[in-house]
Write a protein that binds this ligand. Structure first.
Ligand code: NAI
Length: 509
């Protein structure tokens, strides 16, 4: 299947943030673009916004003047819907309301040729529902860009029940020709990215609600230990709590109240207070320049550690041991059940059970757990927690070890799965559910999450590197601890573990 030819006219309806950006992408790819907006002057404003943006890039030497002039020639503002008659592809990016979108698509069918493609940029509505009732629902599909459309590489090509393969393939190839990275998804609530990303916000909010740690510390742990670009709270403040809460609610309702998507009371309170984030100057953080800087909890460790005893063969200990060796720490390896012993405390990697539970089940009474890091050797921070039965000096000793390994230590409450492991396990679980439900392939799910929300690693590949079995055990332990169905492990994850396979199958499988 071929991409739409460059000589084909593309129309964009709705010239707001997304429509203007999509018009720019299509014009840069060589198409004549007809831009229409129902609001007087909005299409002109959208077009001049695109050109002003390009002028700035030209000034900085990042865009060629000649291409800027071509884009200016190619984007034509339409006075009425009738001006879209020659379009071979129409991309709709209007207000997110089903009845309005349906009526625009019905009017479009009166205007464009019977075989022109009608695409919607909707992020939360059903593509199937938008297409329903049209004369040719098979030519409707989702073409879901990310904001800002000219910058973000990901495009989700979304199939509704009636979408034809030919239309989907043409959109896929066209997105590629537009220098985007398309992935395929079926029309299900949130498609890939807006569904699989929910736990990133939700687990942060839950950790906060149960007082496992504070906003700034959770954000910092996820950045400095987890390798995420932004922590969940600063990210929600940037997106806006009205928008983020509305998406969460809509996904929750669309899945008939599945507890996996349950919204948070803490976020609802922010919306009620009109503390919507950066745009109102206050959200989880206070953006008033005079406001005190939030303090991240960090503890200083005790004496530097010179030697440690490693009991048992535990894969997760290996990067810690390598870092210890390179810091001149002596390692004494022995048989045992997976503990690192230093003067004053016993250390283990989290497996979803709390330290307190592990002590109660016969573990050492000076137990301190450490959290996942994206890359132990490079991480500048690590989160730890001690068992309720353990003396507080244990934290001091453990912080001494991690301090000797070059890490800043944040102590969190003894919460199931701690912060990074729990978040990544839940992202991988949701990614697994998306695969299980046939929303997308494992490869496309991972690609969507790295390209659409800049995760440092695709959730499935990340879970494989932790060990799918460990991720499953972690989720089972968290599930048992809360008794909350939101933590139930996905069948896909169970099946992969049962078969000894990988969540993201490699070319050899
Ligand atoms: P926006 O509010 O910036 O722009 C929407 C534009 O559509 C406005 O200029 C409005 O005048 C126009 N419009 C409304 N009804 C119309 C109609 N019946 N006919 C023609 N024009 C009409 O909205 P934004 O953010 O650009 O979103 C547009 C669509 O893209 C929505 O479906 C949204 O869910 C989706 N989307 C938004 C993203 C975002 O981050 N803002 C990301 C991806 C998708």
């Amino acid at each position: 299947m071929n991409a739409l030819s460059k000589s084909s006219v593309v129309a964009v309806i709705g010239a707001g943030a997304m429509g203007a950006g999509i018009a720019q992408v299509a014009a840069q790819a060589g198409h004549t673009v007809i831009l229409f907006d129902a609001k007087e002057g909005a299409a002109d404003k959208g077009r001049s916004g695109v050109l002003a943006g390009l002028d700035k890039l030209v000034e900085k030497g990042k865009f060629e003047q000649s291409l800027r002039n071509e884009v200016a020639e190619r984007i034509i503002v339409a006075a009425s819907l009738g001006d879209l008659r020659d379009a071979r592809l129409v991309v709709e990016a209007i207000v997110e309301k089903l009845d309005v979108k349906r009526s625009v698509f019905a009017s479009l069918e009166e205007v464009v040729a019977d075989d022109s493609i009608l695409a919607t940029n909707t992020s939360s509505l059903s593509v199937t529902a938008i297409a329903a009732g049209l004369n040719h629902p098979e030519r409707v599909a989702g073409l879901h860009f990310f904001n800002p459309a000219p910058v973000m590489k990901l495009v989700e090509i979304v199939s509704g029940l009636a979408s034809s393969k030919q239309v989907l393939d043409t959109l896929f190839e066209t997105a590629r020709a537009w220098k985007k990275e398309p992935v395929r998804a079926t029309s299900t609530p949130g498609f890939i990215v807006n569904r699989v990303a929910r736990p990133y916000y939700a687990e942060g909010l839950r950790l906060l609600e149960e007082r496992a740690s504070d906003v700034a510390s959770i954000d910092t742990i996820l950045r400095e230990a987890g390798g995420f670009r932004m922590g969940p709270f600063e990210l929600m403040d940037l997106i806006g709590h009205d928008v983020n809460f509305a998406v969460t609610r809509s996904v929750f309702d669309a899945y008939f109240g599945d507890p996996r998507f349950r919204p948070s009371l803490a976020q609802q309170e922010l919306v009620a207070a009109n503390w919507l984030g950066r745009k109102t100057g206050r959200g989880f953080y206070d953006y008033n320049p005079d406001a005190p800087k939030p303090q991240v909890l960090s503890i200083k460790g005790g004496a530097a550690v010179k030697s440690l005893i490693v009991e048992g063969e535990v894969g997760h200990f290996e990067p810690l041991i390598r870092t210890a060796v390179s810091n001149g720490i002596h390692i004494d390896r022995r048989g045992g059940e997976g503990y690192i012993r230093i003067e004053g405390s016993t250390i283990a990697f989290s497996d979803g059970r709390t330290a307190t539970e592990r002590v109660a089940q016969g573990g050492p009474s000076d137990l301190v757990l450490y959290d996942l890091t994206l890359d132990f050797e490079k991480a500048s921070r690590i989160a730890i927690a001690k068992a309720d039965q353990a003396h507080s000096d244990c934290l001091h000793s453990a912080a001494g070890l991690f301090g000797s390994l070059g890490k800043t230590v944040t102590v969190v409450d003894d919460t199931p799965g701690l912060v990074v492991l729990r978040t990544v396990a839940m992202l991988a679980n949701e990614a697994s559910e998306a695969v299980f439900n046939g929303v997308a392939t494992p490869f496309d799910v991972d690609r969507a999450m790295t390209l659409g929300v800049n995760y440092p690693r695709g959730p499935l590949a990340w879970a494989d590197s932790i060990g799918a079995e460990h991720v499953l055990a972690t989720l089972e332990a968290i599930h048992a601890s809360y008794g909350d169905d939101r933590y139930r492990p996905s069948r896909y994850l169970r099946r992969v573990v049962g078969a000894g396979r990988r969540l993201l199958p490699g070319p050899d499988l």
